[in-house]
Design a protein around this ligand. Sequence first.
Ligand SMILES: Cc1cc2nc3c(=O)[nH]c(=O)nc-3n(C[C@H](O)[C@H](O)[C@H](O)COP(=O)(O)OP(=O)(O)OC[C@H]3O[C@@H](n4cnc5c(N)ncnc54)[C@H](O)[C@@H]3O)c2cc1C
Length: 446
Amino acid sequence: MSSLYHPVLYDRDAPIGSYWEASAPPLGRETPALEGAASCEVAVIGAGYTGLTAALSLVEEHGTAVTVLEAGTPGWGASGRNGGFCCLGGAKLGYDVMRERYGVEEMRRFFAVQMEAIELVKETCARRGIEADITGGGEILLAHRPGRATALRDDRREMYELVGLDCSFLDNDALAERGLAAAGFHGGLELPLGVALHPLKYLRGLARAAIDAGVKLHGGSPVSAIERAAGRFALVTPAGRLTARKVIIATNGYTEDDRLPQLAGQLMPAQSSIIVTRPLSLAERAAQGWTSPVMCADTRRLLHYFRLLPDGRFLWGGRGGISGSPAAARRAQRHLRQSFEHHFPAWRHVETEFFWRGLVCLTKPLVPFVGRLEEGLYAALAYHGNGVSFTAWAGRALAAQVAGVQGAEALPAVVRRPLPRFPLPFLRKLYLTGAYAAYGVQDATG
Ligand SMILES: Cc1cc2nc3c(=O)[nH]c(=O)nc-3n(C[C@H](O)[C@H](O)[C@H](O)COP(=O)(O)OP(=O)(O)OC[C@H]3O[C@@H](n4cnc5c(N)ncnc54)[C@H](O)[C@@H]3O)c2cc1C
């Protein structure tokens, strides 16, 4: 198999080691591997937020018979191991380029659906009784250099003009008053939007809801090929064969070119890593001056994302390495720990209890894709490391398109243009190495 990264990143039998696995109740439903021949109307590949949301929407809102095939267990991918930041996001494109490429109205539509997506997650958890430890309100972007504080003030104007979002700039004193005192930041922009959640509890809540609604969900069923036969698709797994009228690919950063050549060369998976400390005592939190559960990220291109968890642990995340090997994982963990200690000197003695990593997904135009790839074949993916909220909207929007009740034009132009291939796709990791080096320089100087 020719995956982009070291095989260990795709090994569904290897332990993930996340804090979420250690703290989420089990799924409580059986998800046996597909065996023998089966058929359905719509087959979904991947049981992350995208696949499950699309499946649930198809069954409940459009009365469609759906089967989901997942290579690991439900939520094995990024959905069960992310930081739990349910906030604005999905693209990595700068505002200026986005405006130039798509026009201000389409950009406005794109931000409007991001805002809708956050509400969808909150509403889904409330309506379905999913206990996902939702905490905090809003998100703060912290300037890691004085110049970035100026850029944040520009962003504030931009957000207001685009979607009427009234953000506030907080200087370091105001941050400290809010229980957000860390070293090496120069104020921050507060976005009054978004919540933090337990990603795996949310995922398992979605999976339970999908199964209970009638979705057939098979774990341990990696799809090795999508064949076309007599006007239908046939999805091949190690022990089974599923035929379907339509197929949704929801494999995001775990899409492998040889298994799903329909997307070959169009995606750039990248690693993200997280450390979680032991619970901090109230005295330790006070010593640092960081007592708030609000979600934060810094302004680095190679950004860090961080927050205090409900049980007092601290989550600190950032990019992973390039190769994905176990040795690279150890380097990524060391790197994360150094940056954590730099910003939180009062917690240098606090042990890391969990470290894990996973794959996010980027595209060449730096925007997500939601829509039709070819007749009967659809995909929603590439949320640029920010899909907890966006998947709730994307899965549902794609379901409406697959069910034929909504055309592509109902989606913002930002997400519906066909994805170009990366030139010489086998060089993708080299491009990433170059980009990381350039971003590192910008982060240190800009
Ligand atoms: C460490 C980390 C931290 C993150 N933090 C945040 C955050 O705080 N906030 C945020 O918004 N986003 C975050 N993200 C990104 C977010 O998790 C993703 O955007 C989102 O989960 C994507 O969901 P998905 O369902 O599209 O894909 P995934 O959850 O990755 O699911 C894809 C699934 O497809 C399966 N699959 C792949 N190939 C096959 C095949 N051939 N056959 C069958 N199944 C297959 C995989 O096993 C996987 O389970 C983070 C990601 C990582 C890795």
